[in-house]
Ligand binder design. Structure first.
Ligand code: BGC
Length: 248
């Protein structure tokens, strides 16, 4: 079975067809820029362009970088506040004529990792942390997703942890990788103190092999620390997988 996966990010909206059995892209990635200060309607237009591009008429899965409860967006840390309280699944379904599964971007990438990537077969408590513009989190207990954890919002040094320890914070504060790693270590210590996960998987921009070399030796955790394998494709694959699981 092939399903379209769409990953909405702060700068780009990426999509591809995904083979659900293999967890692999079966088409080229198609990327359109995220409109500036994008309202849900403006994004819905881009999503329609994408479904047209792929001739998708039945169903697709789509991520948003916010907390999502049953298709309803609840928060908007890195997207326009217009999104709050939008029933995004209905909006996108109306625009495209397809059935739509909406989920948080980190939950999607985490699902992909647990199903096809570094998290395969991991039981106990697993945290997938995606680090880029923000910090997103996905929590799994014995392989089952506990959605909407939003651990980038934990308070660290008086502010949301993602404002202190994300990749964007590193650039903003012009930190070397060892300096950033010291901040991220504080964050990991806090997550471990609160939840004692068995495994932590790092995804997002910091999971690119060239990046990993720059900071990994500075980090230490009680949990087993793994690097996500699917990198840029994880959100797309997880979105498609979620849409397929919804349909079963
Ligand atoms: C949002 C999360 C999202 C994360 C990564 C945070 O600002 O609140 O929902 O998963 O960024 O994009």
């Amino acid at each position: 079975m092939e399903i379209l996966g769409i990953d909405i990010g702060g700068t780009g909206i990426k999509a591809a067809m995904v083979d659900i059995a293999a967890g692999k892209l079966t088409s080229d990635r198609f990327r359109l820029p995220t409109p500036e200060n994008a309202s849900p309607d403006a994004i819905a237009e881009v999503v329609r362009e994408i479904t047209n591009h792929f001739n998708c008429t039945n169903r697709f899965g789509c991520t948003v970088p916010a907390r999502v409860e049953h298709g309803l967006v609840r928060t908007a840390a890195n997207i326009h506040e217009f999104w709050i309280d939008t029933q995004v699944d209905e909006l996108f379904a109306e625009k495209t004529g397809c059935d739509v599964t909406i989920l948080n971007d980190a939950d999607a990438a985490g699902l992909a990792s647990m199903k096809y990537g570094a998290g395969r077969g991991r039981n106990g408590i697993v945290f997938f942390l995606t680090v880029g513009t923000g910090i997103g989190s996905a929590m799994f207990l014995d392989g089952q997703l506990i959605p909407g954890t939003e651990l980038g919002m934990l308070t660290l040094r008086g502010q949301a942890a993602e404002l202190y320890a994300s990749a964007r914070a590193r650039k903003r504060d012009e930190l070397d990788w060892d300096e950033w790693a010291a901040r991220f270590q504080e964050y990991l210590d806090y997550v471990e103190y609160l939840f004692a996960p068995d495994t932590i998987i790092l995804g997002g921009g910091i999971s690119r092999p060239k990046r990993v070399e720059q900071y990994i030796s500075y980090l230490s955790t009680k949990a087993e620390l793994l690097i996500a394998e699917l990198q840029n494709e994880a959100g797309i694959i997880g979105a498609a997988y979620a849409a397929s699981a919804d349909h079963q």
